[in-house]
Design a binder for this molecule. Structure first.
Ligand SMILES: Nc1nc2c(ncn2[C@@H]2O[C@H](COP(=O)(O)OP(=O)(O)OP(=O)(O)O)[C@@H](O)[C@H]2O)c(=O)[nH]1
Ligand SMILES: [Mg+2]
Length: 364
């Protein structure tokens, strides 16, 4: 049997990692061997720490996206499993990438030497930005160029998943569905909650289908795509937090996210996704901000008091990266001093993503 390759696409903060985790649990509960590949423009990935902490076999492509470093994707796939490729490979591309059918799926079929069974390509739709972007609201939080990426992601999908239905009204789900169907006909629309697991069965059934999938190659204006991606300030950082007494890990992460949220609101700088993971002694917590209107959320509580933690911060915000770095450094200092803990920034990278230059592009 060829390993099944399942790529879970979607915009920054849409719920890709949460969905990958659900799918991995599902396939492992069926006795299947599962491997995951995460991806980011630089090192120190919250997603990798998060998925590894859940016990999954995770390989990481850090430093460039799957499309621009296709060989790193395939060589990372080959590190998964103990000497034998997993039966299920789940891959999460960077949430600001598009054109993945032409630059990843087709090359996996036509260039890569290892035969894979490629599942239909699904894109997770993020309601907070999706509703505003699909309705054409000028106040989507991002510029038309970033919105272009969001739309292109849906255009190339075999199917679309409206995520977070646990917090949407029936009217909101229906509105999103009709907006998707009107603009992108022919893509089945699933409704799921990666948080509660609702709709997972229909997602698995969709991923089991085979046929004319992974073939929606499209025209992409790489100038608009590059400008849209470069609008985002990107920051990854790893921080050591220590204290003579103990502190609440969850409270520290939530305070940091809440402070950063306030700063972004003051600057009218839209968060695409701010995520922090705190790790200590086998315990971990995750806090997120997926849009300025949504507000901070503790997506995973550790309920832990500790005197030392490793905190990883990943921020993707429509702001100048130097300004983002200043804000993150200031708020790390502020939330540390508020509870009398010491913090040391061990590593920090902030930048705008460079122009995407795919290794392969098969678009006929
Ligand atoms: N309420 C609710 N929250 C969700 C759901 N799916 C994901 N989230 C939350 O949304 C946030 C982002 O989820 P992720 O799975 O990290 O999103 P992502 O697409 O992997 O994000 P990036 O990798 O940064 O692009 C987290 O706080 C999740 O807990 C859902 O179905 N319902
Ligand atoms: Mg993710």
């Amino acid at each position: 049997m060829k390993p099944v390759y399942i790529m879970v696409g979607g915009f920054l903060g849409a719920g890709k990692t949460s969905t990958v985790s659900r799918l991995a649990q599902h396939y492992m509960s069926q006795g299947k061997r599962v491997g995951i590949v995460t991806n980011d423009q630089t090192t120190d990935l919250v997603d990798t720490h998060n998925l590894r902490s859940q016990g999954f076999d995770v390989g990481e492509v850090a430093g460039s996206c799957f499309c621009c470093n296709f060989d790193a994707l395939t060589s990372t796939v080959e590190t998964l499993g103990a000497g034998e490729l997993p039966e299920i490979i789940l891959a999460e591309p960077v949430g600001s990438c598009t054109d993945l059918v032409a630059t990843v799926i087709r090359p996996l079929t036509e260039v890569y030497g290892v035969p894979l069974d490629i599942a239909p390509y699904g894109v997770i739709l993020k309601p907070s930005h999706g509703l505003r972007i699909l309705k054409g609201d000028s106040g989507s939080g991002f510029s038309p160029k970033a919105n272009y990426i969001f739309r292109k992601q849906i255009e190339e999908a075999d199917f679309v998943v409206i995520n977070r239905i646990d917090e949407l009204s029936a009217d909101q789900v229906a509105e999103l569905q009709s907006l998707i169907e009107a603009e992108y006909p022919g893509r089945p629309v699933l409704k799921c909650s990666a948080q509660t697991g609702e709709g997972l069965d229909s997602l698995v059934a969709m991923l089991d289908q085979r046929g004319a999938f992974g073939q929606r190659v499209m025209e992409v204006d790489y100038d608009i795509y590059a400008d849209g991606e470069a609008e985002l300030g990107w920051l990854n950082s790893q921080v050591e937090v220590t204290c003579q007494n103990s502190f609440h890990l969850d409270a520290l992460l939530m305070d940091l996210i809440a402070r950063l949220h306030q700063r972004l609101l003051q600057l009218d700088a839209e968060a695409a996704h701010l995520k922090v993971i705190g790790l200590c002694d086998g315990s971990y917590a995750v806090a997120n901000l997926v849009s300025n209107v949504t507000g901070p959320e503790l997506s995973l509580s550790s309920s832990t008091e500790t005197n030392a933690a490793n905190v990883v911060v990943n921020a993707r915000v429509a702001i100048d990266p130097a300004e983002l770095e200043t804000i993150v450094r200031e708020e790390l200092a502020a939330c540390s001093s508020a509870i009398n803990v010491d913090h040391k920034v061990v590593s920090l990278q902030s930048f705008r993503p460079g122009r995407p230059v795919p290794t392969h592009r098969i678009n006929e």
